[in-house]
Design a protein around this ligand. Structure first.
Ligand SMILES: Cc1ncc(COP(=O)(O)O)c(C=O)c1O
Length: 397
């Protein structure tokens, strides 16, 4: 083996490391846990070619893969999401691929499929329907970002003769709202929509919600009627490298496809070659930490998120947070703040996403910077506020 010398690439890589860690401090908009390091995998990650081409359930001709661990990952995520024993899945490149796989399989089974998702769903859902040339209905959402079930029922009723794929979201991109999957299932039953699929895009919030106690857990998983669920590994689970896991309640249409003679495995995935390293990261994070430690990581981040919301509210920002969310959302801040901080969302709201690894000092610095940019409260209002005994600093941006 040849060790790549640091002579030529060293300075560039050191510079990149500095820039990446400095940039991370001020990027609070894109969710990714940064509290875990993966040195334990260093040798496997840096010295081995690992290719999980094809189905995880078929070794294929090659032996340099991590499919055994990949199946364990699917099982661990399946257990978390209360999937039945008939579960099937694989490790994807991210949640976008999970949604594509679910839509493609639904379409193969039901050629006259119609896809529904809310106005707050991730942009990839609309993109995938365009790619697969599927009819797509945007369902209205509530002010906090949840799918509006009355609107969904009307849209489904209008096309009740057509098979439906409803893409629900567990943790919408901007406000981290969780769609009511049990409610969606109840509507489908009421309309006798038996040719249906419900894919839950749980990119961010899947594992954190799944580990909540049953008494407070939103009804979003397989027991609520999901037929498939996708999560991202690099968001709550902290794999650092983008990846995802799709789990189906039962093997989808494509799972029965014939083996490819060249690879010796069924061509059931979106891509051909697949990383054998990301299943390793996921396996290590899930099997190595266990659900109690993950619960603690998520609880601590949620507490910090609530503190950030309260501190922003204290300085007059209309900061909101959905139940169990890592996300704090607010009207767009002064443009000057965005020169230093990445807190972007959409046209309505900007947000910060407090993940495991986000530090209280980062949030303090953000609040201090924002407060400095606020217009001072005029003297008469300050006096009036003192007389009324209310906080004079709530001047707003
Ligand atoms: C709800 C939701 N779905 C899907 C995605 C895309 O996930 P990935 O980057 O893993 O493809 C995101 C990313 O932010 C998201 O918030």
């Amino acid at each position: 083996m040849t060790l790549i010398p640091a002579r030529d690439t060293g300075p560039t890589l050191r510079d990149l490391l500095e820039k990446a860690s400095a940039g991370q401090r001020y990027n609070l908009a894109f969710p990714g846990a940064t509290d875990l390091t993966h040195q334990i995998l260093a040798e496997l990650m840096t010295t081995q070619l690992l290719n999980n081409v094809g189905s995880p359930y078929d070794g294929g001709h090659g032996h340099n893969h991590t499919k055994g661990l990949e199946v364990e990952v699917v099982d661990m995520v399946g257990d978390m999401m209360r999937a039945p024993a008939t579960r099937w899945g694989y490790v994807t490149g991210g949640s976008t691929e999970c949604t594509e796989h679910a839509l493609l399989n639904a379409r193969m089974q039901f050629p006259d499929l119609v896809v529904y998702s809310s106005a707050d769903a991730h942009y990839s859902v609309a993109k995938i329907t365009r790619k697969l040339m599927l009819p797509f209905v945007t369902v209205a959402s509530t002010p906090t970002g949840q799918m509006d079930l009355t609107d969904l029922e009307g849209e489904l009723a209008r096309r009740r003769d057509r098979p439906a794929m409803i893409v629900a979201t567990a943790g919408t991109t901007v406000t981290e709202a969780v769609d009511d999957v049990a409610g969606i299932t109840a509507i489908c039953r009421r309309l006798a929509l038996t040719r249906r699929r419900i894919h839950v895009d749980a990119a961010l919030s899947g594992p954190p919600l799944a580990l909540l106690p049953e008494t407070v857990r939103p009804a979003f998983d397989f027991t609520a009627g999901a037929t498939s669920i996708g999560i991202s590994g690099h968001k709550s689970l902290g794999t650092l490298m983008p990846c995802g896991v799709i789990v189906y309640a039962e093997a989808p249409y494509a799972a029965a496809i014939a083996r490819v003679s060249y690879t010796g495995t069924r061509d059931v995935t979106i891509t051909g070659s697949r990383s054998g390293h990301t299943p390793l990261l996921l396996w290590s994070v899930l099997a190595g930490l266990g659900s109690d430690l993950h619960t603690n990581r998520f609880d601590a981040a949620r507490q910090l998120a609530e503190q950030a919301r309260a501190r922003l509210a204290d300085i007059g920002v209309d900061a909101q947070r959905n139940p169990h969310a890592f996300t704090v959302y607010f009207p767009p801040p002064p443009p000057e703040l965005l020169k230093k901080w990445t807190v972007t969302g959409d046209e309505r709201y900007s947000h910060i996403i407090v993940m495991p690894g986000t530090e209280a000092e980062q949030l303090d610095e953000l609040v201090t910077d924002w407060q400095l940019l606020m217009r001072p409260v005029p003297a008469p209002r300050r006096k009036l506020a003192r007389l009324l005994g209310t906080a004079a600093t709530k001047g707003g941006p």
